[in-house]
Design a protein around this ligand. Structure first.
Ligand code: NAG
Ligand code: NAG
Ligand code: NAG
Ligand code: NAG
Ligand code: NAG
Ligand code: NAG
Ligand code: NAG
Ligand code: NAG
Ligand code: NAG
Ligand code: NAG
Ligand code: NAG
Ligand code: NAG
Length: 747
């Protein structure tokens, strides 16, 4: 492998002379540095020079864009992005004209304006990222396959006393200070690379995938909940090269200037994600990694006859799963914990907290093996809390990028068994969707709708494309595909959408759509009927990184059950912020799933011949765009609020939290400091809100006799070794991760 890195160095020689003799490259070899996957690292500058030597191939670029185009028909939000509601444009993201950018890139391709494959790929990457929709993702091979970047100094944004405006610190300074034995006073950042650090970070935050600016701010930093997810979270924050930060070249080094006048310079690094055996030039990289094998290429028609693509709406971007225990620095010993830290339960201790239970839910599950354990951990925590007279519940959804839609419904139904979830959704109505729906619905009428039949059959019969799967807006069955499809025109530049659809929670095929669980209150969980907590005794706490299924859960909890929310952190100001900062679309489809659906009519041909279909929109689908990416996803469904006649997608609604609380240095290293502060505010009449109101407390600290408004000290038994280990680098590549589920945001 050392040889491989030398070759990586040679690749860079093609364009730029190295600043050190060749033999010194081995100095940069840090095996194991980016554990757990032991991915080798090289200087960021070297990787950047190397990737920029990969030549641009104009005809391949045209073919790629042609291949990508039909998948974008499935994205629900393009018209709204261009002309969003004024409040969204003012407080969330500016209007964004996706197709104008698409056309600009296409023109640049035609004009041969790209100096390298990477320059083209990065433009394509940004085309999608700038929509700030975590379900609208294209990761070109040139940007995401070979290298990813990082910085060695995770940061954190904290308010020293919980009331003064937050400042940014190096995380290890805050961690060291929490021991109480350091010899210097940690100083906040003043400048990054010679620029005002606040301005610099505001700019950098916009490279993230979330839409909300305060959530984007938080996501740059070290957040315990993200770290607890290991490789399926955003690691030590985007600044350090976690999440979307890993695709942004950070320059050769990062200069940090502190308020006390000290400046440090740290070399930035790149992870080498693929073998470099036999690679000596950028051209070699192109041939080895960016040219899909001819025998894997095909259009929907030829692929339909060739393959049986894996048939599930769940994305499986990568295969291996880790069942090993992931450390969760900063968390106390749980009552119960899911093996991959996807959820866990706790009881708070100490005077004033002995009736409080905490359910930590940083995910809604991405892998089948976690589905039943996750549901069980929720049930166990709730049952134990009730059995032990804990009348208050904090639900901590920090870092929750979503997962399995029906797990969101299930947790809601465990808490509010008597409420029928609304949860209306709709697809964009277009020709391919219509043809697939007609064919699948016809086929599904010929076979039984039951579990335990032929698996391929069952997988199709249980999809949205069969009109029998879902309920309509009134929770009644649809009578036909035509009734479900519509179309109905909505939006600023009216686009067509399907009729509103609701999940039929008593559908016998539920396990096919839920990863194997039945939703509480239905089927084999009908005996879950008792509401465990009063709505006013539940509070949900957020770090802004709540997306996808987490937003579905939040909408049900806030709108239908009236549960209140607390948002942590945010930009350095005193404004109220949103609780939910990630994509509020209610389903994502990987392009590989779209393609398998587009193959279905060619495969079955009940209603029309293959020749007929090949002349329709279905004839436009091929797999080149999939083979040239490491992730490709569209937002297939909008979420629509109950009673909203205008059908504005929830994505474009601005929704402030009930209360905003700043992170403190204690919360940065000890999650129980978050929970106790939240419990004070929500249940003990001692508000820590810096904006918003909670019950009868508001904006400023109010005393209740006996209540403590003090910051919560760091627990003595905190395991600092785990913290330091996590600082060595939390890997956030796609390797070794199972990212699945049907509503999940890609980190
Ligand atoms: C450019 O891509 C085309 C496919 O569109 C391929 O036939 C050709 O060999 C590629 N050129 C180089 C130099 O790799
Ligand atoms: C501070 O205390 C911790 C824990 O006892 C110890 O590991 C660390 O070395 C100490 N640091 C200094 C600067 O003394
Ligand atoms: C200034 O602050 C930085 C960051 O906390 C710290 O590393 C450094 O030791 C401080 N310098 C002095 C002279 O105290
Ligand atoms: C960082 O500091 C180094 C050393 O002082 C300097 O050479 C370099 O130009 C600085 N880089 C940036 C981006 O400010
Ligand atoms: C840095 O930028 C922020 C945000 O614009 C501003 O409030 C602050 O005063 C600036 N700091 C300095 C030292 O100029
Ligand atoms: C950050 O600022 C630079 C320089 O103004 C600009 O080119 C870049 O697009 C900005 N990045 C983002 C994500 O806004
Ligand atoms: C479908 O039609 C296209 C032309 O539009 C043709 O190139 C392709 O070969 C056809 N597919 C099959 C499998 O016949
Ligand atoms: C819970 O409360 C009930 C009724 O007040 C009491 O009988 C029981 O002992 C309590 N259980 C625990 C574990 O405190
Ligand atoms: C399942 O049904 C499909 C479609 O009708 C058929 O092609 C396949 O052979 C069946 N598989 C089994 C195991 O019966
Ligand atoms: C919407 O559907 C109607 C009826 O099929 C059609 O006439 C109209 O052109 C469609 N509008 C768009 C924007 O696709
Ligand atoms: C309930 O249904 C789930 C999913 O179908 C299944 O895994 C589980 O074994 C069932 N439990 C019982 C008690 O039947
Ligand atoms: C519901 O039924 C299951 C399986 O029989 C049982 O384990 C569970 O305790 C029951 N739950 C309630 C709330 O009755």
């Amino acid at each position: 492998m050392q040889k491989a890195v030398l070759l990586a160095a040679l690749c860079a020689l093609g364009k730029a002379a190295p600043k050190e003799p060749k033999w010194q490259w081995s100095r940069h070899w840090h095996p194991g540095c980016a554990s757990p996957s032991a991915t080798p690292t090289v200087p960021a500058e070297l990787a950047y020079e190397c990737i920029n030597t990969v030549p641009f191939n104009q005809s391949a670029a045209v073919a790629l864009m042609v291949s990508m185009r039909p998948y974008i028909d499935w994205q629900t939000t393009i018209e709204y992005l261009e002309d969003p509601p004024a409040e969204y444009a003012a407080k969330v993201q500016a209007p964004y004209d996706f197709y104008a950018n698409w056309d600009r890139i296409y023109q640049n391709v035609m004009d041969g304006n790209y100096a390298s494959e990477y320059a083209f790929g990065f433009d394509l990457y940004r085309l999608f990222q700038m929509a700030h929709d975590g379900h609208f993702v294209y990761y070109p091979d040139s940007v995401t396959l070979i290298f990813s970047f990082g910085r060695t100094t995770p940061l954190v944004s904290v308010s020293s006393d919980g009331t003064s405006i937050p400042e940014v610190y190096v995380y290890s300074d805050v961690l060291d200070a929490s021991f109480g034995n350091i010899t210097y006073t940690p100083s906040p950042l003043a400048m990054i690379d010679g620029e005002n650090s606040t301005e610099w970070l505001l700019n950098f935050s916009q490279y993230g995938s979330l839409q909300d600016p305060d959530a984007l701010w938080n996501n740059m930093f070290y957040i315990l909940a993200q770290v607890s997810l290991g490789s399926s979270g955003t690691g030590a924050g985007t600044f350090a090269g976690g999440g979307r930060g890993r695709w942004i070249y950070p320059g050769p080094c990062t200069n940090l200037t502190f308020a006390n006048g000290t400046t440090t310079t740290n070399d930035n690094f790149a992870r080498v994600q693929v073998p470099f055996d036999g690679i000596t030039s950028g051209e070699d990289i192109y041939q080895a990694y960016f040219v899909p094998p001819a025998d894997e290429l095909g259009d929907a028609e030829s692929l339909a006859t060739m393959t049986t693509m894996s048939m599930t709406a769940s994305s499986t971007s990568s295969s291996a799963t880790s069942t090993s225990t992931i450390p969760a620095p900063g968390y106390p010993s749980p009552l119960v914990r899911e093996m991959n830290n996807l959820n866990s339960g706790y009881f708070l201790d100490g005077a004033g907290y002995d009736d409080v239970a905490v359910l930590v839910v940083p995910s809604f599950v991405g892998a089948t093996e976690d589905e039943i354990p996750f549901q069980s951990v929720n049930t166990y925590t709730i049952n134990q809390a009730v059995a032990q007279n804990k009348s208050k519940l904090i639900i901590d959804v920090s870092a929750n990028g979503g997962g399995t839609i029906l797990q969101g419904y299930d947790l809601f139904k465990q808490l509010f068994p008597h409420i029928l979830p609304y949860g209306a959704t709709r697809f964009r109505a277009h020709e391919a969707l219509d043809l697939i729906g007609q064919e699948v619905s016809y086929f599904s009428g010929l076979v039984p709708r039951s579990l335990g039949t032929n698996e391929t059959v069952q997988d199709w019969v249980s999809t949205f494309f069969n009109y029998r799967t879902d309920a309509d807006v009134n929770y009644e069955p649809f009578d036909s595909w035509a009734e479900k499809f519509g179309p109905h025109a909505y939006g600023p530049d009216p686009d067509n959408f399907t009729s509103l659809i609701r999940w039929n929670l008593s559908d016998v095929l539920t396990p096919d759509n839920s990863g194997g669980i039945d939703v509480s209150g239905y089927l084999n969980r009908t005996n879950i009927t008792a509401q465990p907590f009063a709505a006013e005794n539940i509070v949900i706490v957020y770090d802004g990184y709540c997306a996808s299924t987490c937003t579905i859960f939040s909408e049900l909890m806030r709108q239908q059950a009236g549960v209140k929310t607390i948002a942590l952190g945010g930009q350095p100001n005193r404004d109220i912020i949103q609780a939910v900062g990630g994509v509020k679309g209610t389903n994502d489809f990987p392009w590989s799933y779209v393609l398998s659906a587009a193959e279905f009519p060619f495969d079955y041909q009940y209603l029309h011949s293959a020749d007929y279909y090949n002349d329709t929109a279905l004839g436009d689908y091929n797999d080149l765009a999939i083979l040239r990416s490491t992730a490709a996803v569209i937002n297939s469904r909008d979420g629509i609020r109950q009673g909203d006649e205008s059908q504005l997608p929830l994505q474009f609604r601005y929704e402030p939290a009930d209360c905003r609380i700043y992170y403190t240095p204690e919360m940065a290293v000890d999650e129980t400091a978050v929970w106790k502060t939240v419990a004070d505010t929500a249940f003990n009449g001692v508000s820590h809100c810096v904006a918003g109101t909670y019950g009868n407390t508001s904006g400023t600290y109010l005393h209740k006799r006996g209540g403590s408004r003090k910051k919560h000290a760091v627990r003595r038994e905190l395991d600092f070794a785990q913290h330091y280990a996590s600082l060595q680098g939390v890997w956030t590549g796609m390797d070794g991760v199972t990212l699945g589920g049907d509503a999940i945001m890609y980190p």
